[in-house]
Design a protein around this ligand. Structure first.
Ligand SMILES: N[C@@H](CCC(=O)N[C@@H](CS)C(=O)NCC(=O)O)C(=O)O
Length: 214
């Protein structure tokens, strides 16, 4: 069996796919995307015209979309029991769509090659959306060890990169203790810590400037 992951070590959604691979101790080849890896980029583009990474190729089976990759690599990361599965999937969607999407919007407005003039309205709307979802997450996670309950799941794979970068671009308020404590806990998980460490050499690329922490 050959498993290949196309992505970039500094990319949030690549982390989301790396976490289950590290959790399962899956042997795989990392195919880095970037200007120095034209061949990987060409193969990736042929596999997935949407151009969004990560992309997993498992013995010829091509799997885009990080949530689907997580479920493929670690099927038990979506619990079998119906209510637990719904909560896990809900948090996965919330971390992607309400947290990470707003982080990406703010970051995109700071990339001159995408937006020569930052759209301050878009940035303000994204910040307001983060302000709205942080207290909801704080309430939801209060009393839980992992995002969806006692077990480490798909929701944690989504939460780790989303909260890592969210706190950089729009800090989680001190008052939201449950969310802040959870962030520290999930970042300390060995699979997550490994992804964070592998991305350290690329921190200078962060367009808003990486803070001297984490
Ligand atoms: N829904 C996708 C989102 C992936 C995504 O947004 N990836 C970013 C990198 S973190 C990307 O491909 N950016 C390059 C682009 O949009 O062209 C997933 O979950 O895999």
């Amino acid at each position: 069996m050959t498993v290949e992951l196309f992505g970039h070590p500094f990319s949030s959604y690549t982390w989301k796919a790396l976490i289950p691979l590290y959790e399962m101790d899956t042997s795989f080849t990392f195919r880095m995307l970037g200007p120095d890896n034209q061949e990987n980029g060409d193969v990736f583009a042929a596999y997935w015209p949407a151009g969004k990474f990560p992309l997993l190729v498992d013995d010829g089976l091509v799997i885009p979309e990080s949530s689907i990759i997580v479920e493929h690599v670690a099927p038990h990361f979506v619990p079998e029991e119906r209510e637990a599965a719904r909560e896990t999937r809900l948090l996965d969607r919330v971390f992607d769509n309400q947290v990470m999407a707003n982080v990406q919007a703010i970051v995109a407005e700071h990339l001159p090659f995408i937006t020569p003039t930052p759209d301050e309205g878009r940035i303000a709307r994204a910040r307001a959306a983060l302000d709205a979802i942080y207290p909801w997450l704080d309430d939801r996670l209060d009393g839980r060890h992992w995002a969806a309950g006692d077990a480490f799941t798909l929701a944690d794979c989504a939460a780790a990169p989303a909260l890592f970068y969210a706190d950089w671009v729009h800090p989680i308020p001190e008052a939201l203790g449950a969310l802040r404590v959870y962030r520290q806990r999930v970042l300390a998980r060995p699979s997550v810590a490994r992804a964070i460490d592998e991305a350290r050499p690329y921190r200078h690329l962060f367009p808003l400037g990486a803070p001297d922490r984490d």
